[in-house]
Design a protein around this ligand. Structure first.
Ligand SMILES: Cc1cc2nc3c(=O)[nH]c(=O)nc-3n(C[C@H](O)[C@H](O)[C@H](O)COP(=O)(O)OP(=O)(O)OC[C@H]3O[C@@H](n4cnc5c(N)ncnc54)[C@H](O)[C@@H]3O)c2cc1C
Length: 264
C-alpha cells in the first residue's frame, strides 16, 4: 500500500495576518506551520499504513520554508517527503496548485503505484476546499471528500468513507486508487515524541522543481492563475459589543439580553 498525503504550509493563524499589495496572504513573516487540518490527513494516512502495511509519502508545494510542513509529517510517521519548490510557483491559484500536485503524485508513482491520496478538508489560509477535487480530476481518481472515517479493504482494493452530512450519515466506497479528503472528525492527530522528532531530522526531503515534473512555468504561478484577488481588506472590528462582566449575575444578564433582542 502506497499512500501520498498532501500537506500545506500556511501562515500561523494565531499571529497577525497581513495581505501584500497584490492582495495575497503575506507569506514572508516566517511563522508558517503545517495546516492544522492536514494533521488529520497525516494521521489518517499513517494509521492506514500501520494497519495494512506500506509507506506514506508526504507531499507539499510551496516556498522554501514549506519544507517544515513535510518535516512535521515525517515526525508524525510519514516515511518519505517531497517538496515541490520553484520561484515560478509564486502566485499559484487552486488550479496551478492542483496541476503541480498531480504531476508530483505521478512522479512519486514512478517508484511504485500510488494506491491512495489523502488530503485535508481545507487549507486554513485559502479555504477553497477545491484542491482535492481538482487533484482527483487531474489524476483520474475516484474521490470521497469530507471523510469522518476512512477504512481500507486491500483484498477488495477499495476504500470506504463515512461522511457526516447535515441530516444524514453517509457511507461511500470507491475502488483504489482513489483520493480521500478527511475532516477533523476523522481522528485525533498524534503528538510526535522526542524519538520521532529526532528520527525525522535524519530523513532527507526530496526537492523537485517544475522542470523535474515536466511542467511549463506558464501553466502555474501568477502566469497560469485563472483567478485574481481584486481586493483583500481586514474585516473591521465589531461595533456595538456588549461586554458582560460576571459579578455573580452574568447568566441572568445574558439571558435578559438574548430575550430583549428576541434571540431566544
Ligand atoms: C485568486 C487567488 C489568488 C491566489 N494567489 C495566491 C498566491 O499568490 N500565493 C499563494 O501562495 N496562494 C495564493 N492563493 C491561494 C492558493 O490558491 C491556495 O492556497 C491554493 O490554491 C490552495 O487552495 P486552498 O489553500 O484554498 O486549499 P484547499 O483547497 O482548501 O486545500 C485542501 C487540501 O488540499 C491540500 N493542499 C492544498 N494546497 C496544497 C499545497 N500547496 N501543497 C500540498 N497540499 C495542498 C491540503 O491537503 C489541503 O488540506 C490564491 C487564491 C486565490 C483564490
Amino acid at each position: 500500500m502506497r499512500i501520498v498525503v498532501c500537506v500545506k504550509h500556511v501562515p500561523d493563524l494565531q499571529s497577525d495576518r497581513r495581505f501584500t499589495d497584490e492582495g495575497r496572504v503575506d507569506r514572508d513573516q516566517g511563522d508558517g506551520t503545517l495546516n492544522e487540518l492536514d494533521e488529520n490527513a497525516v494521521e489518517a494516512a499513517v494509521t492506514l499504513a500501520e494497519q495494512h502495511g506500506g509507506e506514506v509519502v508526504a507531499l507539499t508545494m510551496g516556498p522554501a520554508d514549506a519544507e517544515d510542513a513535510v518535516r512535521r509529517a515525517l515526525q508524525m510517521g510519514a516515511d518519505d517527503a517531497v517538496h515541490v519548490v520553484d520561484d515560478a510557483l509564486a502566485g499559484s491559484d487552486a488550479f496551478g496548485t492542483a496541476l503541480t500536485l498531480a504531476a508530483a503524485v505521478r512522479r512519486i508513482g514512478e517508484a511504485g503505484p500510488v494506491d491512495l491520496v489523502v488530503t485535508g478538508m481545507a487549507a486554513l489560509d485559502g479555504l477553497m476546499s477545491v484542491v482535492p477535487t481538482l487533484l482527483a480530476g487531474h489524476l483520474g481518481l475516484a474521490q470521497a471528500t469530507l471523510a469522518a472515517e476512512v477504512t481500507l479493504d486491500p483484498a477488495a482494493a477499495t476504500v470506504r468513507v463515512r461522511r457526516e452530512l447535515d441530516h444524514a450519515s453517509e457511507v461511500v466506497e470507491a475502488p483504489l486508487p482513489a483520493l480521500v479528503s478527511v475532516t477533523d472528525q476523522a481522528n485525533q492527530p498524534r503528538y510526535p515524541n522526542f524519538k520521532a522528532i529526532m528520527a525525522a531530522r535524519k530523513k532527507a526531503v526530496t526537492a523537485w522543481t517544475l522542470a523535474d515534473l515536466g511542467l511549463d512555468p506558464a501553466e502555474v504561478g501568477d502566469a497560469g492563475a485563472r483567478t485574481r484577488v481584486l481586493e483583500a481588506t481586514p474585516r473591521p472590528p465589531r461595533e456595538n459589543r456588549v461586554l458582560v462582566t460576571d459579578e455573580g449575575d452574568a447568566g441572568l444578564r445574558l439571558a435578559a439580553f438574548l430575550a430583549e433582542n428576541r434571540l431566544v
